[in-house]
Design a protein. Structure first.
Length: 708
């Protein structure tokens, strides 16, 4: 066998030969080059100089190849030596460690057997206890049935001897009351047995889940031991990479700031759902413009219709119009609660710091100057600002509260709530003063407020190439990237790209009116029709087709109607897709690929550029057909891109199914109905019961003014 010393000696010899050969080859190549140059000098002024130069270069190449052959043979010999040594070392290492590995594997297998036996004993003990409980309950149940039979027999004898109607009626009611009580006890016994059975099944399933997890971990260790018998191979990914990623993702998900953003957005679900309903109602059902329901019914716009639509518009303004303000409260309240600083106080501070960055305007009304706030500054366009101020204000607030000398200490006789309010006065003052000073400094030195700076920072990559393929890619990446972080992507980049989009769409319409072909591909209608589906109807259909999770299916069913009309908030915030490590990938990927393939298809002549302005609520599949004036190719392209989006979402929905089954989450869907049961003894029910008894036992029922 080749030991390490022999291997090192042979390796040194070969390496020395390679180095010496390299030096010799360099010298001989230089000599050959000099000789060739001498030959070329003779033909310098002749007509055959170029030909001779070319032949000289070829001769040098051939010479270099001949020299390198020896060098390559030595390198191959070195490689073979290494592989031989590695093979022999591995073989020897495996033989030496075979017994150790086998003993470790045997120990792990015995552990698995012990665990299986232990858990089997637990399950058997639970089942035995359940059987004993069943026997006792069945005995009580049978005893109750015997009581009912005895009561009925006693009642029949007494009833037969009774001749007065009201006495017989009283006797019947008393008997019915006693019998129904016993029957109620039996029903309760049945219910208890069912509940006990369900509880036992849940316990057994949880025990089996724990068992499978422990056995899986031990089996992983066994596989690691088997795979670890390779001392000289570089296995960087021997551990399960997916488990590591899942652990990292769950840690990121539970990180306090990410958790606060996620929960802050979830708390705003009622606002988004209400706003989605009114957007759908006003822009689709009550719309008299092209694409609206009233337009196809031939209804004209009127003052009464506009007045009715203003109700929904005011609700929409009071929901989506304050999304930024509300998000500042929910994020800061959630983070403050995580730090145990008080939910309400933290939320109020977050709103205060948010409002310090909202610009104020002075307007003249009836010759009097008034300071006002633009309502748009509080909406979804300020969500990024709300996230920043909500998180930073609470971090600074916590820093101040941790300093005891900043608290105002009150006597013990003062109520706790009052004392707590005084404790936070100085931290509140310092945090608000810091944010107010920072806002003033930004405007004074740069001329921009924080929201404008954020908008400029986001919009810079979009300044060039909006209408090109690169522009489509950049816009989709930024827009969907912002959505993944919980920020309304369209609202953030809309002010930058909308003027260009509208201009292109208007020019296309003018060209078509002149009998020419439209030339601009990337317009607002293009984006709404081909890429917007990836965050609304496509995930809904993918979930309904492939998901096995009840919570996913329920949310998708609720979001189906809004998603048809491109309202994505219920699905994005409800599932959620935003801040979701699994579902955010297909959101970005499907939208990006739809934009790329849509652009390439139209630029390649499959379909025409869109030139009709349609509402953004127009369903994505028929939107391109309407916006292209009824072109069939555009409809076919929309269907193909829709199918592509569903295919992209499919594997990620299946992964979420596997993840749900691995972690076995308890999905709880809130129900808003309470079922109350009341047992009312009525004369009619008692009479029906008496008739049944009379039919079974052949006796006559005493009726009013009727004597036996």
């Amino acid at each position: 066998m080749m030991n390490k010393e022999i291997y090192q000696e042979k390796k040194k010899k070969i390496l020395f030969q390679i180095k010496s050969l390299e030096k010799e080859n360099k010298k001989s190549f230089l000599k050959e080059k000099i000789e060739e140059n001498k030959i070329l000098q003779k033909f310098k002024n002749s007509d055959n100089y170029k030909k001779e130069k070319f032949e000289s270069q070829n001769r040098l190449k051939d010479f270099k190849l001949r020299l390198s052959k020896k060098e390559s043979l030595l390198k191959i010999e070195l490689k073979n030596l290494k592989s031989e040594y590695r093979y022999k070392i591995n073989k020897n290492w495996k033989e030496e460690n075979k017994n150790k590995h086998e003993s470790k594997i045997a120990d792990l297998n015995s552990k698995i057997q012990k665990i299986n036996l232990l858990y089997d004993e637990k399950i058997n003990s639970i089942l035995n206890k359940n059987e004993n409980f069943k026997k006792k309950q069945k005995q009580i149940f049978n005893q109750n049935i015997e009581k009912i039979n005895n009561l009925e027999n006693e009642f029949i004898e007494n009833y037969k001897n009774e001749t007065k109607y009201y006495s017989s009626l009283k006797l019947n009611l008393e008997n019915y009351k006693n019998v129904t009580k016993i029957k109620a006890k039996n029903r309760l016994i049945k219910k208890q047995l069912r509940n006990k059975e369900d509880l036992i099944n849940k316990k057994i399933s949880s025990i089996r889940d724990k068992l499978s997890i422990k056995v899986a971990k031990l089996n992983e260790k066994i596989e690691d031991i088997k795979q670890s018998n390779k001392p000289l191979t570089k296995n960087y990914f021997t551990k399960d990479l997916t488990n590591k990623m899942n652990r990292g993702i769950s840690k990121l998900d539970q990180q306090r700031h990410m958790y606060s953003i996620k929960m802050g957005l979830i708390y705003l679900m009622p606002l988004t759902l209400v706003a989605a309903f009114w957007i759908l109602f006003n822009n689709v059902i009550l719309s008299t413009s092209q694409g609206g329901l009233l337009y196809y019914l031939g209804v004209q716009d009127s003052e009464g219709l506009q007045n009715f639509k203003s109700i929904g518009a005011s609700v929409q303004q009071a929901t989506l119009g304050i999304m930024g303000l509300a998000l500042a409260f929910t994020i800061s309240a959630t983070l403050g609660d995580r730090y145990h600083l008080g939910k309400i106080e933290s939320g109020v501070l977050g709103v205060t710091c948010f409002m310090l960055f909202v610009p104020l305007f002075t307007v003249s009304i009836n010759d009097a100057g008034m300071t006002v706030i633009n309502f748009e500054e509080l909406g979804s366009g300020s969500m990024f600002l709300a996230i920043i101020t909500g998180l930073l204000s609470i971090e600074l607030y916590k820093f101040c509260l941790d300093r005891e000398w900043l608290k105002i200490k009150m006597p013990k006789q003062i109520p706790t709530a009052v004392a707590k309010s005084f404790n936070v006065v100085i931290p509140f003052f310092l945090v608000s003063f810091f944010f107010a000073s920072f806002s003033f400094s930004l405007i004074y030195f740069s001329g921009y407020n924080l929201k404008e700076i954020i908008t400029i920072a986001v919009s810079k990559p979009l300044d060039s190439g909006i209408e090109s393929l690169s522009g489509v890619i950049i816009i989709r990446l930024i827009c969907d990237g912002l959505w993944v972080m919980g920020i309304h992507g369209q609202n953030m980049i809309g002010p930058i790209v909308s003027p260009t989009y509208v201009q292109h769409l208007t020019e296309n319409a003018q060209l078509v009116a002149q009998g020419l072909e439209p030339k601009w591909i990337v317009t607002s209608t293009f984006m709404d029709s081909y890429t917007l589906q990836s965050c609304n109807i496509i995930p809904v259909i993918a979930v309904l087709l492939f998901s096995k999770r009840k919570d996913f299916v329920t949310i998708a069913t609720i979001s189906l109607i809004p998603a048809i009309f491109n309202i994505s908030e219920p699905m994005l915030f409800g599932l959620p897709i935003i801040l979701n490590p699994i579902l955010s990938i297909p959101l970005i990927l499907s939208s990006l690929l739809q934009g790329i393939f849509g652009y390439l298809a139209i630029s390649g002549g499959f379909g025409i550029p869109l030139y009709i302005i349609t509402p953004w609520t127009t369903p994505g599949i028929i939107g391109p057909w309407l916006a292209s004036g009824g072109d069939f190719n555009n409809l076919l392209l929309a269907l193909m891109l829709f199918g592509l989006g569903v295919v992209i979402y499919c594997p990620f929905i299946l992964i979420s199914n596997i993840q749900a089954s691995n972690y076995n989450p308890e999905v709880i869907i809130a129900r808003f109905t309470k079922i109350t049961r009341k047992v009312n003894l009525r004369d009619k029910e008692a009479e029906e019961y008496l008739n049944e008894l009379s039919e079974k036992n052949n006796f006559n029922v005493v009726k009013n003014k009727d004597v036996k």
